[in-house]
Design a binder for this molecule. Sequence first.
Ligand code: UD1
Length: 429
Amino acid sequence: MDKIKVTGGRPLHGRIDIGGAKNAALPLMAAALLTEEKLTLSNLPHLADIATMAHLLSHLGVAISMDGSSPAEGHQGRVMGLDAKGVKDIVAPYDIVRRMRASLVVLGPLLARFGRAKVSLPGGCAIGTRPIDIHLKALEAMGAQITLDEGYVLAEAPKGLQGAEITFPKVSVGATENLLMAASLANGTTILHNSAREPEVSDLAECLVAMGAKIEGIGNSTLIIHGQKKLHGADYKIIADRIEAGTYAIAALMTNGHLEIAGISPSILGVTLDALRNSGAHIEEKTDSIIVSRKDKIIHPMELTTDPYPGFATDMQAQMMALATIADGTSHISETIFENRFMHVPELLRMGADIHIDGHTATIHGVPKLKSAEVMATDLRASVSLVLAALVAEGTTTLNRVYHIDRGYERVEEKLKAVGAQIERVRGS
Ligand code: UD1
């Protein structure tokens, strides 16, 4: 297994290009199942999770092609064609779903187009139990018959799904995406209340519209979808990854560097920019980039609570905690989305951080210096928070189980090295 070694203490200077958003790309790839025509996605990030979704879709019978022909736009090798004309299977097997919970987004489109889908239950994961009841209840409200058997969800709607008015009991990104896709091919109109408003959900809705879906209220918590008999192919560019951008912005702030974070519209970063400014960042917003440096000598402590968009993203929580470990004072960070998302804390403690957890809230007393240690990645965002901490720690930190980072951060060590970090990947057997 690969490791990453980081020697701390170097300020980062230069420019980092942000890739397409993983959390937008995964449901967009699944949307290809909704039509017999080809869906072409550009700005695709090169990530392990994308390869897993491609594997799942090709297992179902989707023909996948990679196109590297438009280097002028910087899209070389980042354009994927997905042709679901010849889909021959409706089963998403355990072996793939257990590796990536987001595989669940094939449920809605398979059921809507073929009247049947069988998807393995994703099981537990490091950041909590993460049930799928919201997805299933909403599909049932659209007329699906759902049975659970031997670890699989079998969903059937032989006469097609029916439009329905649904209020999600809790905001769920994945359930909103599954239902948007299912409703796009249903009979009649579906109204979804309390929908997730994440930019990645809106990106999916925009792509569905480009494929012929009729959706009102994109970006709002109530979405109205007028079901169509068929959708068609489209060419669609995936939005930039706001979590990757926010992570590198924190790297600039922590190392007292100066980074241009390019290829992203500042508006989708939302309250992440406010949180960084409150912590002492100077952020210049351009049309298609942000420039981040320190405004003050010190990092200010913070009070943060995660919430669905437009609230503070749970996917930025671990990285902000890394920042709080070196703040000048005491911070509090509360996690309201996932019950077990403090897995980075024991590892940060190994690096000399001073953190106490009480229920859903972490109290972080800033320390003047972190120290290197051998640490272990436990999930995607937790692992990158350890890289951030290592960038400012005294000595050389070794991060084990790097495959978690590769799920969501493209060439993290190359991007950081190019702006001055002392970082290397040690290839494992
Ligand atoms: C997505 C993101 C993930 C992010 C999360 C919250 C992708 C691929 N992943 O995950 O990076 O951290 O949104 O912003 O886009 N829940 C239920 N029952 C359900 C579904 C969800 O109780 O049927 C709960 C979850 O356990 C969690 C909350 O609802 O507590 C939000 O989860 P959800 O928005 O569904 O997360 P994902 O779509 O899995």
